[in-house]
Design a protein around this ligand. Structure first.
Ligand SMILES: Cc1cc2nc3c(=O)[nH]c(=O)nc-3n(C[C@H](O)[C@H](O)[C@H](O)COP(=O)(O)OP(=O)(O)OC[C@H]3O[C@@H](n4cnc5c(N)ncnc54)[C@H](O)[C@@H]3O)c2cc1C
Length: 506
């Protein structure tokens, strides 16, 4: 755990149209959409923005090819459309990527069915990505030497977040703030009452307690939605069960190209080797748990390492010592009123559910995926209207800005004498994460914090100053993908980074 140090944040306003509890992806999109619809929005999180489930995902924006196996065609079609929309709206932050599926003995189908399945997936995804392909065993091995010899492969295309999920979520918070919303991290909802048609909400932060009022409340507390429902005395028909998933970052890159390796574990579940800059992420697992707070344990490590070493043909098997970072989260899966708590959770749909309680002017968002975030934003606006709030058709509330000035950024760094290879990495990272705002810090020490990461000291300072960073972890783990791809020891040994952090008051 990185060191925490609290700074203070103040806000003037006390009355809001909508108060959103929880700033993971669901709360963040609700905030951006509602503020863009002309409502006065407050969004709070008791930790940092995106500090819980929304920082533990596989960073994939995908149509869910594996749900074809459970015949959830409507869900897959909807997720593919959501994916296509996101790819168009975020040409830098969300990038198409190939998934090379090695058809080993655990694969639930052979090459022919694999070809059919990937084409069907492409078709159901309205041809929004590159056409799938199939490869002989020899060709697959030559494309990706880490694969086992003698296994044919198919390749289909989805998308991923080259930075990380929590940075993507923060983009919506930033957008909501720019439009006028109040967004507070490290602020918890601890009490609530609904009287004469208005909510009175008690908030607690390092500065103490404070009461605000709102016409409507959105419960976007993710795995804690039921706790917040109790606090609001606004129960939901649907309930949640939790499926734990872990990921490990290892200190070597396993793929020769920027692509994902899709493999099946001994339980015939898909798992992935994902590129993360010059490192790789391996995951994930699917274990039912009762408590949403989870940690990766020895059993998880042994399981994942065994699966990846069994399924790949690596000359040097991956060892525990190569794991530089790990993360663990729970997928909140929705059980509707009629389903049993004990039903096979592998069969539970990954669909989100939004429930409104008109009597109390509250909305609860349960379950879902990062990929579906634009739909969640639109559905929340419809529900707010249903509660009687004057939500207009939202102005532009998502997407990247103009791409026109990117080459200018490159020229600026060239004039600064930055080496061509480093420049390519820096420009790509700066532009992807900041767009035109990158000009505000481009000339400030364009030197990489870690070689190969494409993050400069200037960017580090800019983010710390302008992006609601209160702790080291906010900066290194969530706003920037540093702690995900460099070990705690590497971070501690980087004396220049350490003194920069101290200078920034972190
Ligand atoms: C292992 C794993 C892999 C995944 N991979 C993918 C993927 O590749 N692609 C994809 O699309 N989806 C993926 N998902 C799903 C996706 O990550 C989740 O659906 C999504 O992040 C849930 O977001 P959320 O906003 O509902 O919840 P959260 O992100 O958990 O946000 C809820 C927030 O509420 C806050 N909160 C709770 N109580 C209070 C309170 N009283 N006051 C203030 N704040 C409060 C919490 O601090 C938390 O930040 C994955 C999930 C897991 C676990």
């Amino acid at each position: 755990m990185l060191q925490k140090q609290t700074k203070s944040h103040n806000f003037e306003q006390n009355d809001f149209d909508v108060a959103i509890v929880g700033a993971g992806i669901n709360g963040a999109v609700a905030a951006a959409a509602a503020q863009a619809a002309g409502l006065r929005v407050l969004i709070i999180d008791r930790g940092d923005f995106a500090n819980f489930t929304s920082q533990e995902s596989s960073n994939l924006v995908w149509g869910g090819i594996k749900y074809l196996q459970t015949y959830e065609f409507a869900l897959v079609a909807k997720l593919c459309q959501a994916r296509n929309r996101l790819i168009r709206a975020y040409p830098n932050q969300i990038q198409e990527i190939g998934f090379l599926a090695s058809l080993g003995p655990n694969a639930p189908f052979g090459r022919l069915l694999g070809i059919f399945g990937t084409w069907f997936y492409w078709f159901i995804g309205t041809a929004g990505t590159t056409i799938p392909a199939s490869y002989s065993a020899k060709r697959a091995k030559s494309m990706e030497p880490a694969l086992k010899s003698g296994l044919k492969a198919v390749e289909y295309f989805d998308a991923y977040l080259p930075d990380n999920d929590s940075r993507f979520v923060y983009g919506f918070i930033k957008r909501a703030k720019k439009l006028g919303a109040t967004a507070l991290n490290y602020t918890e909802l601890v009490g609530a009452s609904h009287e004469s048609g208005r909510w009175s909400l008690e908030l607690s932060s390092a500065e103490g307690k404070r009461t605000v009022s709102a016409s409507a409340v959105i419960n976007a507390a993710g795995p804690f939605a039921q706790d917040v429902s109790q606090l609001l005395e606004s129960p939901t028909r649907a309930r949640l069960v939790f499926s734990k998933g872990v990921h490990f970052t290892i200190n070597r890159r396993l793929t020769s190209q920027n692509r994902v390796l899709a493999l099946w574990d001994e339980q015939k579940r898909l798992f992935y080797v994902l590129p993360m800059g010059d490192r790789s992420i391996i995951g994930t697992t699917d274990t039912r748990v009762d408590n949403p707070r989870t940690e990766p344990n020895d059993q998880d490590i042994d399981f994942v390492l065994k699966q990846v070493n069994d399924q790949l043909g690596l000359e040097q098997p991956i060892t525990r010592q190569e794991i530089i970072a790990s993360r663990s989260g729970v997928r909140p899966l929705v059980i509707d009123g009629k389903q049993s708590q004990n039903q096979d959770w592998h069969q539970l749909s990954r669909k989100h559910v939004i429930e409104a309680n008109p009597a109390k002017a509250s909305i609860t968002i349960l379950g879902g995926k990062l990929t579906d975030c634009l739909n969640v934003g639109a559905e929340v606006i419809a529900e707010l209207r249903g509660l009687g709030l004057q939500a207009k058709l939202p102005r532009k509330w998502f997407g990247e800005g103009s791409q026109a000035r990117r080459t200018e950024l490159d020229q600026i760094l060239e004039r600064q004498g930055v080496d061509a290879v480093v420049r390519t990495r820096l420009v790509e990272g700066m532009w992807r994460r900041h767009g035109e705002r990158a000009f505000e810090f481009a000339t400030d020490e364009p030197v990489e914090v870690f070689e190969g990461l494409g993050i400069s000291f200037g960017e580090l300072r800019y983010v710390a100053k302008t992006e609601d960073v209160l702790t080291r972890e906010d900066l290194l783990r969530r706003r920037l993908p540093i702690a995900m791809s460099r070990s705690a020891a590497e971070i501690a040994e980087n004396s220049k980074l350490q003194s920069a952090l101290v200078d920034m008051g972190l």
